[in-house]
Write a protein that binds this ligand. Structure first.
Ligand code: MOS
Length: 727
């Protein structure tokens, strides 16, 4: 039985009525024991019989073409099987939800690090050795590798509401600042990996991917075959953060090699290749203008930005996204410029837009508060928009004011002192805060639920990239069917299963979770019918069904399999209401007066993001995001060599993310109770990206409060902090 559901109106809050009591609980991940014992099969853990090893060869020029490849020295190495070039190989991973092949450049080279060939050998070592000895001749062209020097820029028409110029010109108090942020990378724990294996006309691909339904279409299109000839398996994925949204060069190359050689081929990227050839977050240059009345009412908001990408990439970091819906004003204006450069292509990295845009917006809000002589918390509370400032839609559910006040109270904000006046020895102490916001959505998703006796199986091609999908789908099915969670099995990451949203944009739990909920609801109807009771009288708990004076054990009642598959799609509510997670971040820092070093001493995030499905995995998402915020504020700084654009900081020794010692022991997350009735039938919003959105700004505002000086080029590296203090 296949059903379709469109989200056109609020649905009953059934998960508040069901009896099993597992929704929202901090249940451990069901696959946790497999992961900690090393028996969860991540892509590269698989070694099919006869497998060969592929290593990607990457371009060493910024722009030009491959003229010739001298294979002789490479082929002479023992165990080397082939050096493969093929016009179907792709330049870079597909952008999220592309569903079609990325650019296939043929001989052309568009950036330093672009995959241009695959060396295949009997061992990884032989393949790597051969890849290094391969002699490649290029014809080269001049190319700009920096957005500051490229002549190729595209500026979009401004997005506006009201009359920004009039509001700006008549503002009584103004802040007009330019900010920069560097490129950043995801660098997921599990490097990108793929194993391709052809049988007849069909290829099976194991790969570290976030969106199996889309990836299947992308691989098929890249290879020029029908999607029915492709099966993708991604049951365990070690982090993605956007870097695994689309099919990658390693997967397409592995598939080409496996077909040519008639045996399975595995391609695993090194960490350096991940930095060079996987989508980065664009560097940004941002200008924020805020105008206000003297008593602190925002009248004008403008956020203009410049980002970069390769030619032919449609993705542009949506820098001003949160600035368009967070605060109200009489006039708003947003203009984006994309600079075309020859450097590692840009794409989605955790909370595209908000993650870097809010660093600037929320810094500017603090500066405006200073200029007005108003508490930064008060300025935000006084300027929350009544409806979406750009299109007038009501917010679906928004507890931003509650998050701000609750956070302030818990953090001790009222005790804040005057900027630059507190020290402990050589350390200057400061407190900062920022709003958090990350829009939320529902993406078409299907799931199948099967119940036999008192055991249920959930099946969908949805992925678990470390976020907790196995846990929450287990909880939803167990709750709906009245089963202990141990009696529910969740099967994910197989393109033969019903197609879901995949993991991206914080919409995975909303989407695949709702499909699972709806399929389980169909099963409930079937159980009610068997029991002889009305569906709304049915009560399911611990494997027993009750209703209308009937009672039975599911083990007796469901003697043959009950099955339901439901596809959910966004509908009218996505048009009528605007859904976003909201929150507030608070940070306390100590800044060393002599070295400029910043230590984060404590951090608090208060968030409202609809119904919490699993308190533990949701908290982990929020904490992980906040730690990324520390990294964005203090250390993350991807650098390219100006001469040829090659990535200089291409491993985790040179690209600095927060280590344990950089993260305070006092990291708190508080979730405020919320239901988003307009979002989906389980009343949830996304949580994967809300934690990072605004978190770094709270740290940066705390630094300004500690030192009494602001900086505008992020991250707040020690030398930059020192220079603001006149050192
Ligand atoms: Mo996300 S940056 O859509 O994984």
């Amino acid at each position: 039985m296949k059903d379709h559901f469109t989200m056109d109106s609020p649905q009953p809050r059934l998960l508040d009525e069901t009896k099993q009591g597992v929704i929202g609980t901090p249940m451990d991940r069901p696959e946790g024991p497999l992961k900690v014992s090393g028996t969860a099969g991540y892509t590269a853990d698989h070694v099919p019989d006869g497998m060969a090893h592929g290593v990607l060869v990457r371009a060493t020029v910024a722009r030009g073409s491959v003229k010739a490849i001298d294979r002789v020295a490479a082929m002479a190495i023992e165990g080397v099987i082939d050096v493969i070039t093929d016009p179907r190989m792709i330049r870079n991973p597909a952008q999220g939800m592309a569903g079609e092949a990325p650019v296939q450049p043929g001989d052309a080279v568009h950036y330093h690090g672009q995959p241009i060939a695959l060396v295949v050998a009997e061992t990884f070592e032989a393949a790597r050795d051969a890849a290094q000895r391969l002699s490649v001749q290029y014809t080269t062209e001049d190319a700009a590798t920096s957005p500051d020097t490229t002549p190729e820029t595209e500026t979009a028409d401004p997005e506006t509401a009201g009359d920004f110029d009039a509001a700006w010109n008549s503002a009584e108090v103004r802040v007009d600042r330019e900010y920069t942020t560097p490129s950043q990378v995801s660098a997921a724990m599990e490097p990108h990996a793929a194993i391709a294996d052809w049988t007849g006309n069909s290829v099976t691909l194991r790969s570290a991917l976030q969106m199996v339904r889309f990836n299947k279409a992308e691989l098929a299109d890249s290879l020029g075959i029908d999607p029915s000839q492709v099966r993708i398996l991604a049951p365990y994925v070690g982090g993605g953060f956007g870097s695994k949204l689309g099919i990658g060069p390693e997967a397409v190359a592995a598939a080409i090699a496996s077909q040519k050689l008639g045996r399975p081929v595995r391609v695993v990227m090194t960490r350096q290749t991940v930095f060079d050839s996987v989508l980065r977050r664009s560097e940004t240059a941002q200008r924020v203008r805020l105008g206000a009345t003297r008593n602190g009412r925002l009248t004008a908001i403008s956020h203009d930005d410049r980002v970069s990408n390769l030619d032919g990439e449609s993705f542009a970091e949506p820098v001003s996204q949160a600035s368009q819906f967070l605060y109200g004003a009489d006039g708003l204006s947003f203009t984006q410029t994309v600079a075309r450069i020859a450097a590692t292509p840009a794409g989605s990295v955790r909370a595209p837009g908000e993650a870097v845009g809010m660093l600037a917006l929320e810094s500017a809000m603090d500066e405006l508060a200073d200029a007005l002589g108003i508490d930064p918390l008060t300025l935000r509370l006084d300027n929350l928009a009544d409806t979406h400032p750009m299109d007038g839609r009501p917010y679906s559910a928004r507890r931003l004011a509650d998050c701000l006040t609750e956070g302030a109270q818990r953090f001790g904000w009222a005790d804040r002192w005057q900027a630059g006046t507190r020290r402990e020895g050589d350390w200057l102490i400061g407190m900062g805060m920022a709003s958090a916001a990350r829009s939320s959505s529902l993406v078409k998703s299907a799931a199948r639920v099967r119940l036999t006796g008192d055991r249920a199986i959930v099946e969908t091609d949805m992925t678990d990239i470390g976020t907790g999908t196995y846990a929450i789908l287990t909880q939803i099915a167990a709750e709906m069917l009245g089963l202990p969670t141990a009696q529910v099995e969740v099967r994910l990451g197989d393109s033969d299963l019903p197609g879901a949203s995949g993991s991206g944009g914080s919409f995975g739990a909303n989407s695949a979770g709702s499909a699972t909920f709806l399929a389980a609801q169909k099963i409930r109807a079937q159980i009610a019918e068997r029991l002889g009771c009305a569906e709304d009288a049915l009560s399911l708990q611990d494997g027993r069904a009750r209703g209308d004076n009937h009672e039975a054990a599911l083990a007796d009642l469901v003697t043959e399999e009950l099955l339901a598959e439901v596809t959910i799609e966004a509908g009218d509510t996505a048009e009528s209401h605007f859904s976003s997670g909201f929150g507030a971040h608070f940070a306390e820092v100590a800044v060393n007066e002599w070295t400029g070093e910043t230590r984060v001493r404590r951090m608090l995030g208060v968030m409202a993001m609809g119904r919490v499905l699993n308190e533990k995995t949701a908290r982990s998402q929020a904490l992980g995001g906040m730690i990324w915020g520390i990294g964005a504020a203090l250390t993350e700084d991807m650098q390219n060599d100006a001469r040829d654009g090659h990535v200089v900081t291409r491993d985790l020794a040179n690209y600095h993310i927060p280590a344990h010692a950089d993260v305070p022991g006092d990291m708190q997350v508080v979730f405020l109770e919320e239901r988003d009735d307009w979002a989906n039938p389980i009343q949830t919003k996304g949580i994967g990206e809300l934690g990072i959105s605004g978190a770094g700004a709270a740290v940066l505002n705390a630094i300004a409060h500690a030192t009494g000086h602001r900086l505008y080029d992020f991250p707040a590296l020690p030398d930059r902090v020192l220079s603001t203090m006149g050192a």
